[in-house]
Design a protein around this ligand. Sequence first.
Ligand SMILES: [Zn+2]
Length: 265
Amino acid sequence: MGGPPGFYDYIIMAAPDLETAISRLRDLIEGARTIVPFTGAGISTECGIPDFRSPGGLWTKNQPIPFDAFVASAEMRDEAWRRRFVMEESFAKAKPGRGHRALTSLYRAGKVPALVTQNIDNLHQVSGFAPDDVVELHGNTTYAVCLECDQRYELSWVKQKFEAADQHAPECACGGYIKTATVSFGQSMPAAAMQRAEQLTRSCDLFLAIGSSLVVWPAAGFPLMAKRSGAALVIINREPTEFDDLADLVVHHDIGDVLGPFIAN
Ligand SMILES: [Zn+2]
């Protein structure tokens, strides 16, 4: 690569160690007026939420049920709900981690107007974000909705009906199918959430991509959008991403360790 080591560090902008990373991140946060965090599964792994896509994760054992199959078959709806209740213990026990708490501190300090997440675990809301200030690109698995009339259902209600009916999924009073409020494969992206995510991304001066591999669409589009709009880009992820070369700061460390110092007491 040539040049002295300091020169190379500067070019790739990858922080050589945790202390340097935290110090650079602190400078960027202090200098920013509007910060938009974009979070993925990596922020929730220390909370006991499984990363479905990781090797050994749920999706490598059970193929996800695509939306068309859910709508087409009562058996698939029963199976989808059976799987959801198997995961309920993990979701119900999960508490916000250091990453969630650090972002909530920045939110309360007025630096973060809202955040964008690929996660469906509701942990940003639990950690103190107003529900309206969490833009969920993949929906939320902690409650359910009727696909026809949008009526909201609590999981405890669905579970009670499911078990009373010998493990068959209940339907809405309107006749519609009831599904977790997540966005399944083959289901259209929520237009309002996408629009708001774009608007936030274009209006910030610091974009923090945290715990996302930035591979799955639409996640992959946001770092570039932020850079093109003039924002500084920080990528914090255990593994390298395709956008590392584009970032102003790249941190390949544990997310809780990196963001822990930003939790306000
Ligand atoms: Zn309905």
